[in-house]
Ligand binder design. Sequence first.
Ligand SMILES: Nc1ncnc2c1ncn2[C@@H]1O[C@H](COP(=O)(O)OP(=O)(O)OP(=O)(O)O)[C@@H](O)[C@H]1O
Ligand SMILES: [Cu+]
Length: 757
Amino acid sequence: MTEHPHPHDDEDHGHPPQAPAAGHTHDHAHDHGAEACCGSHTASVALQVPRARPPKTLAHGAVQTPIRILQMDCPTEEALLRKKLGGMSSVADMEFNLMQRVLTVTHEPRSLEQVLEAVRALGFTPEVVGDAPAQATAEPAKPWWPLALAGLAALASELSHWLALPVALVATLALLAVLACGLTTFKKGWIAFCNGNLNINALMSIAVSGALLLGQWPEAAMVMVLFTVAELIEARSLDRARNAIRGLLQLTPETATVLQADGSWQPVAAKAVALQARVRVRPGERIALDGTLVSGSSSVNQAPITGESLPVEKQAGDAVFAGTINNAGSFEYTVTAAADQSTLARIIHAVEAAQGAKAPTQRFVDRFARIYTPAVFAMALGVALLPPLLLGGDWLSWVYKALVLLVIACPCALVISTPVTIVSGLAAAARQGILVKGGVYLEEGRKLRWLALDKTGTMTQGKPAQTDFIALNDWPEAQVRSLAASLAARSDHPVSRAVAEAALRDGVPLQPVEQFEALAGRGVQGLIAGKRYCLGNHRLIHEEGRCSDALEQQLAALEEQGKTVILLTDAHSVHGLFAVADTVRAGSREALAELHSLGIQTVMLTGDNAHTARAIAQQVGLDDARGDLLPEDKLQAIQGLMAGGATVGMVGDGINDAPALARASIGFAMGAAGTGTAIETADVALMDDDLRKLPRFVRLSRDTHALLVQNIVIALGIKAVFLVLTLAGLGTMWMAVFADVGASLLVVGNGLRLLRK
Ligand SMILES: Nc1ncnc2c1ncn2[C@@H]1O[C@H](COP(=O)(O)OP(=O)(O)OP(=O)(O)O)[C@@H](O)[C@H]1O
Ligand SMILES: [Cu+]
């Protein structure tokens, strides 16, 4: 038997490097064991669920410990921790997820306490993330009155200054304001400064202290208050982006109505419901757990999972998902996954993990910020010292200008703009049923040149039915069908299944098969009553030299109608011909037209023969179709399209075609809610079978990119304007703070706009 090639785990997938936090494991570990046939259609894939990760031991003896640090949500804190922990010999690696406020440290097993101590030394409260369910990730609310008091004091100071009241009063009020709201800033700034890091807190502390020393009392107070207000608003907006996804999980009800041993129905906490328990759902109720419907029927709104609010009919045997909403009917289902393993929970885990991985733009911005701040700081020093020393300038005004520059030097707006935009984009996608496994793919999506689509299960529904049957060679029809059905019944391949189902429907008797074997990409064979028969495609009868001109014509006629033909042969000749046809998915035509209008070319890759492929391609409007491909040929086709650096996407059902999916720049899996495994393995998982999600993803990717560029331009533009104003002597510290705060708010707000898509 020909084996499917097994993709290697350590294979280079041609993907941009990515932090492991993304849960991006391409181990499409196929299990071909169960049945000796082309069983890839039912292959089960090892589940890789990114959970709240407990400390895990690495091969080389180091351990990874995720540490939650609630005070860590700004890149300034990341820089601080990086510097401090990076200098420790026992720390091998660090991974930051600012959105979840989790730092994952790779360190020597015995040095955990040391690491925690270092984190504490920076003024943070570390908390090792254990197996416990994720707690609220928000910082405990700070009392608001110190800020209000500070605001009033600052205003009063400003007013007294205007009214020319005694300087002592102005100064006292100003100091009161600075102390009331600025102590944390000073503390953080001092720690950063001592660690050789000029973060926003350090810059603000220097600027405010400088202003106080210069006797600019009201101004110092105002700057401190404004800065604190800005930080507050910024944190709130970040929380919004952060919670956009978490909010989904809160959609699942806390309790489920579960059948008890004594036959009664009792409400039970969803977390405590055991697998295989029987749960009842009333009309209008939200479904609490993933399961399989066993009795009753209804229609369900699956929007929380698939983003599609058109109700889906559910009958016995169908899967139902936690978080989705039952419409009118009522039904019972058996639980198939624990609450924290439901499809919805796994979607949320995946998105959260994706937030941790840095997208290319973010990496660029981080690098830029690392140069920008020291550069402006050096400039400020120059401005403070050089004109007074060399040109006899006035010390006071030049030092003041330097202080304003310090405020401008803060790259916060710039640095915060990218993650907010990406996270909003990821959240917006998830809400539409598109699970993007990393900012990288969201950024790459807009560059797609080619999209390769698998045929069976992707372009078509993957449930073909037999349409034609012809007995050849004067063999009795009943005998030919019985032989073919006996072989077909042993296989899970959709084409075989169609033949077997038709036979079952017509009551064709089956015969025992020995030495059954699947011929990958060709068909099946086995011994029936001691004689060897094959049931396979056109390729197979060519390889065995059984094709004839007459047969060729018959095949061509059927294939041109988009039908797939398999033939029954024995050692001597071909005895029967079976044609099956699959239905093209609703909406494929529309989806492809949209993709074309976005400038993306489409090609179908299939193991089926070229005629059939072309017929179907024409039906739905694909640019190109390639048939007769073995799995390794598909891989090569993808590589061919990617030659020259083009971004190429591949769409499959996530189980087949694993090598090609992994090789493509972006691997899309269809129908991920049903198969479950695709959520973990694909780069982008489409939760249902709607191909229209593909153009939607591309558009979202383009919108995200546009916002990223806008945000970078806004952030840098505003800084540039104030830099010039200040050097020209027109900028005041107030303005600089307003500019900094304003820019941050603007970019955060701009990024959050994606959430409304
Ligand atoms: N077990 C089987 N039973 C019947 N026909 C088979 C079987 N395996 C392969 N074939 C034939 O070989 C062709 C190619 O099979 P293969 O599994 O490589 O592709 P596929 O999965 O059917 O198509 P696609 O690549 O579009 O998903 C099928 O179209 C079918 O005609
Ligand atoms: Cu032929």
